[in-house]
Design a protein around this ligand. Sequence first.
Ligand SMILES: Cc1cc2nc3c(=O)[nH]c(=O)nc-3n(C[C@H](O)[C@H](O)[C@H](O)COP(=O)(O)O)c2cc1C
Length: 157
Amino acid sequence: MKALVVFESFFGNTEKIANAVAGGLAARGEVTVRKVADLRPEELKTFDLVVVGSPTRGFQPSDGTKALLKALPAGTLQGVKVAAFDTRMDVKEVNNAFLTFMEKIFGYAAEPIGRALVKAGGTLVGKPQGYFVHGSEGPLWDGELERAAAWGEQLVG
Ligand SMILES: Cc1cc2nc3c(=O)[nH]c(=O)nc-3n(C[C@H](O)[C@H](O)[C@H](O)COP(=O)(O)O)c2cc1C
């Protein structure tokens, strides 16, 4: 199985999760980890499994992630397994009623990424995942790297 984990990361947390997911996937084949900026959208269809990871920004995927998803015409990912994850902050930690309200309505990045990948023809394997960071810059919560590696293993299990 040829797998790709593609991510965008500003403070390094999503990159760490991407590498942990790749570690889990590596049990079952060849894994490539790439930054979204270094990837041409047409490369995606050359993989058996594509995992897209993004920081949640403004309750959505980051701009680079959105650009990648937008560049995938319908059907491009036919026959490709897909999965999605995000990193996010815990709004309870920020303790801001407005953010809590907005988060309830608009959510996080992983679900819309999963939907876009399916719209492009991919077959979703595994539920989109969110991994928590402290504040905006991290670090990741304890145990998130292990959870990400286990999820990676499950995707190919
Ligand atoms: C401009 C900006 C907007 C953000 N918006 C959200 C948000 O809507 N929801 C959320 O949970 N976290 C939000 N965050 C926190 C990011 O999710 C966090 O910075 C990210 O997970 C860190 O990943 P990275 O180190 O890979 O960049 C935001 C952070 C920044 C800087």
